[in-house]
Structure formats: C-alpha cells, structure tokens
Design a protein around this ligand. Structure first.
Ligand SMILES: [Fe+2]
Length: 424
C-alpha cells in the first residue's frame, strides 16, 4: 500500500522535477507499459499516457535535465532509435520508476509533476485567470487596488495582475508621483519593459494654456478627443500591455476611455457576421511615417493569431495606410471598419474615468481600445507611459499565483533556487 505523503511533502518529494517549482506529492497508484507509452494512473481514476522520448528527456536523475538550470540536455539528433521502456513500476513512495533499455539506467519521476501535466497545468493558460469580457454596464471603472504598500505586499500585485489578465485592465491607486515609478515597478516585478522609438518610458503631456490649445505635434499631447484605438499596430507584435501613471492633473474632463475588444468582437460575431468575417480576414498595411523610421506591418483589424495567442486588435487610423486586399474587397472592408469603430465609441461598451495623481492604469494594448475625451478646462496633465509585453506580464502573474498557492512569502522560483544552492 502506498503511504499518503501529501501532508508532509508539499515542497517536493524524493524525486527532483524538471523545473524549480513545488509540486504536491500526488502518489501514482498504477504504471503499465503499452508499446512506446507508459500509462500512469492515480487513485481518483485519472490516467496519463507518457510517450517514451518525452519521459526520457525529463529524466532528471538520468541525464535528461541539467540540475543547475533545469533545462533539457538531450539533443533529439541523439535520440536512440532502439530506446525502449524496460519496465515501469510504482515506487514505495508513489513515484514512477522507469528502467530504460538498452541503456540499463533507472529514472524516478515525481508523481506530482506528472499529475500537473495530466491535469494540463503545464499549458500557457495555467495559473492565469480566464479572460472575462466586459461592457460599460458590467464594469464602470477599472478594477482598483490600493497601491500604498505596492513594494512590500505581494498580494497587492498578485490581485492587480489577476485583474489585468481577467479584464484586460486594472488600476493601482495611491502610488505617489515619482516620474520613474513605472520603471521601478517593472524592476521590482523582474519584468522587461518593451522599448520602442518612444523610449522605455514616455510622456503624455497636455499643457492647455493658450485658447485651449497645446504646443505639440502629437494628438496625444493636445486637448483633443482621441478615438478608441490600440497603440503600435505598425509592429509585427504590438506591445502587449500599456501602463499610464498620472503624475499631474489640473484639468477637468479629458476622461480616459476604455472599451473591451472581446465584448465588441462578440457583438460583431453575433449580430454583424459579415462584418466580423471581413474584419478578421482582410488585411491593412499600418506604418509609421516618422522621419528616420519605417515600421510597417500588414494584418487584419481583428487578429486571432495562431491557436492560443492573444486576440489582437489593430485599430489606429492615424497609422493605417493602405488596404492590403483585392480591390473588390475594399467596399466591404471599409463598411466593416466603420461599424467596428462606431461600436468602440458607443457608451454601452465604453467606460470613462478621470485620472488622479498617483493612479496607474494598466491595460491590454491588444485587447482594450483606449481613448480620451476632450478636455473641458485648461491646465496641465502629465502621464508617464510604458509598454510591457504579454509574455512578461503573464510570467509575473503565474509566479505570483504559484507562490501564493505554495504558501510561500517569496517568489517560488527564488525560494527553490536558494534551496538548491544550500543543498549543493
Ligand atoms: Fe494610445
């Protein structure tokens, strides 16, 4: 009978894993060989078929994975054609035991690690909240988290990050007005800031002092309305998230506006299917016309990308250059684009909220259509902006959620690394 070691081995059991994370010890109760597969089973009936080469690559104690880096060591060019599963059995502690043939080497597999694969928790969607579409009725302002203790209370950032993934928008308040706060937060989160021709951190400044006009060459820095849009559709992969930190606001009006592209896409698919099809398939060339740069990319206004990649809206008419489609498709492409743009500006989809100094709003630049109402009065408004890609934000949210689930007070990765250093 296999002893239940769940309670005592919450931070890894007797078998190392091919990564630095902690897995609950979840004893395997059966192991059998079926040709080139090992079928492992657990007491609740769940089974998983493990293909031989995949198992061999993940044999941490038999040369499959480097213990220091937890990266794979086996070049597939050297996979043995004659590799076979000599035997598969359940160890006394509930681990999976494999004898490899013809090598005659033994490998032990952590049953909790195998279990997480059987439960699909190894997929990129793991440890992230499901995206939830919203309208102005269900979300009247960004979900807000008090950022007073943002650098000392990891729960603040974990909850804020979850809302970024769930709603595509989330606000931290009470952050102060340090102009470099965003960069400091990125450093604290150990995430890379996405550099562009605007720089790592950039300004959105309005100084409306002369008959309601600002001295600027950019619409963003004027007092004018900005229609719903996404930034930098001129890039192959537009920035994943945008963060705007308010350091000064003396103006009235000029509310930020946000509309959820997921909700608009659902509306188009349900009630304007011909437009939806045109928006998802007909491409446009977007390009930056600045002196000394020539960024351009061609893509549809609604891009679902490859399977599993985030929804991407390319919606910024100032840099939309040319229809990249057959001439006969242009009338339906323009008709669909008009309906899409009108929906994005409708009050039922659009939340509008003011910026207070010390607020920082993060939003999914590829999902959320953002804009700004016209200013109602003069004065100064200064936002500090930065972009951080999806990969970085998702990594931070996964680590935060895994760390919380493991009951640790430091990032799980760091905790495990320290343990390895202590052991070596
Ligand atoms: Fe923008």
């Amino acid at each position: 009978m296999v002893a239940d070691r769940t309670a005592s081995l919450t931070h890894g059991g007797d078998a190392p894993t091919p990564d630095f994370y902690s897995y609950r010890w979840h004893p395997v109760t059966s192991a059998s060989v079926d040709g080139d597969f090992v079928i492992v089973g657990w007491s609740d009936g769940l089974t998983y078929r493990c293909y031989k080469y995949w198992l061999r690559e993940n044999a941490v104690d038999a040369g499959g994975v480097d213990l220091a880096t937890r990266e794979g060591l086996i070049d597939p060019a050297f996979h043995l054609d004659e590799l076979a599963i000599g035997s598969a059995s359940v160890g006394a502690d509930g681990s999976l035991q494999i004898r490899w043939s013809p090598e005659s080497v033994d490998a032990t597999y952590h049953p909790g690690w195998l279990r997480h694969v059987a439960e699909s928790k190894h997929l990129p969607s793991s440890w992230l909240p499901e995206p939830t579409a919203w309208t102005a009725e269900s979300l009247t302002e960004p979900p807000t988290h008090d950022g007073t203790n943002v650098f000392t209370d990891p729960e603040v950032l974990r909850a804020w990050g979850d809302d970024l993934m769930r709603y595509g928008i989330s606000r931290l308040s009470n952050l102060g007005t340090d102009h470099d706060f965003g960069l400091k937060l990125a450093e604290h989160l150990k995430v890379a800031v996405r550099d562009t021709n605007f720089g790592l951190a950039w300004d959105v400044k309005a100084d409306i002092t002369m008959a309601g006009s600002a001295d600027t060459n950019s619409t963003a820095n004027s007092n004018l309305r900005l229609g719903p849009h996404t930034d930098l559709p001129t890039r192959e992969t537009p920035p994943g998230f945008q963060f705007l930190h308010c350091v000064v606001n003396e103006t009235e009006g000029g509310f930020s506006t946000m509309a959820d592209g997921m909700a608009i896409a659902a509306e188009l698919e349900a009630n304007h299917p011909e437009h939806y099809e045109a928006l998802c398939t007909l491409k446009w060339v977007f390009f930056n016309r600045g002196p000394g740069i020539d960024h351009r990319w061609s893509g549809p206004l609604i891009d679902h990308g490859v399977d599993g990649s985030p929804l991407t809206f390319r919606a910024f008419y100032p840099v939309r250059g040319f229809p990249d489609m057959a001439h006969q498709d242009m009338p339906r492409a323009y008709a669909a684009m008009k309906v899409f743009s009108q929906l994005g500006a409708q009050d039922r989809f659009r939340m509008a909220y003011p910026f207070a100094p010390g607020d920082m709003v993060g939003f999914d630049n590829r999902r959320i259509l953002h804009g700004r109402d016209a200013f109602a009065s003069g004065g100064k408004r200064h936002l500090r902006g930065m972009y951080i890609d999806q990969d970085e934000v998702r990594s931070f949210v996964r680590v935060a959620n895994r760390t919380q689930a493991a009951g640790l007070d430091k990032p799980e990765l760091q905790s495990q690394s320290n343990r390895i250093q202590q052991e070596s």
